[in-house]
Design a protein around this ligand. Structure first.
Ligand code: 5GP
Ligand code: MG
Length: 185
């Protein structure tokens, strides 16, 4: 059963993806990962905070042994347009050498964040690196990111909900949507 859609939902201009649509798609993504990564021990590198719910829902459907590290990266600093600079908070003691790494993020936009993080993973010489996002925006990338799995392709609009924020708010929406214009900044 889907959680009730209440509270801050009135701040949305429209719902793009319902909790049920998100849930069905994540199960499909998990099934593909279970088939293609069967027999491996997977080391997940999850980008917080935006991918929090995606990671929680996807990982609970993975059947292989999984390790997880969380990183935080930001290029937005609270607004809706990227600043072009990616700050990564890389925890000490993460060693990805010879690991089968699954990099998870909420949304691929300009590609800057995932390209910076992929590069930092690659220099550690993992056995493999697979990148998977819930949403991929249809737009020109500033950096190309080799993407194996994307849950949904969406138009180039600013979305919130299901972990994704605007000015720190709206992460708790169970759906993904577009905000009403005129939100306080
Ligand atoms: P990129 O580096 O690809 O431009 O941006 C990736 C990051 O920017 C994502 O991980 C996400 O945190 C943030 N981002 C990009 N587009 C959106 C959006 O439409 N809504 C929200 N809330 N965050 C976004
Ligand atoms: Mg993010």
């Amino acid at each position: 059963m889907s959680p009730p859609v209440t509270g801050v939902i009135q701040d949305l201009e429209r719902v793009l993806l319902t909790p049920a649509q998100i849930s069905v798609r994540i199960s499909e993504m998990a099934a593909r990962l279970n088939a293609e990564l069967a027999g491996k021990v997977v080391t997940v590198v999850a980008l917080m905070d935006g991918a929090l719910f995606f990671v929680a829902d996807l990982l609970r459907q993975l059947e292989m042994p999984v390790r997880m590290h969380t990183l935080s990266a930001s290029s937005y600093q609270g607004g809706t347009a990227t600043t072009g600079e990616v700050k990564v908070n890389w925890p000490a003691g993460v060693d990805l050498r010879d690991q089968d790494v699954l990099l998870l993020d909420d949304i691929l936009d300009t590609g800057l964040t995932l390209s910076v993080i992929s590069e930092r993973i690659r220099v550690q010489q993992p056995a493999s690196l697979r990148t998977c996002v819930l949403l991929s925006k249809r737009r020109e990338r500033l950096r190309e990111v080799p993407l194996k799995d994307a849950g949904f392709e969406i138009d180039d609009e600013f979305v919130v909900g299901y972990g994704m924020d605007y000015q720190g708010r709206f992460r708790n929406l169970p759906c993904i949507g577009i905000l009403n214009p005129g939100q306080p900044s």
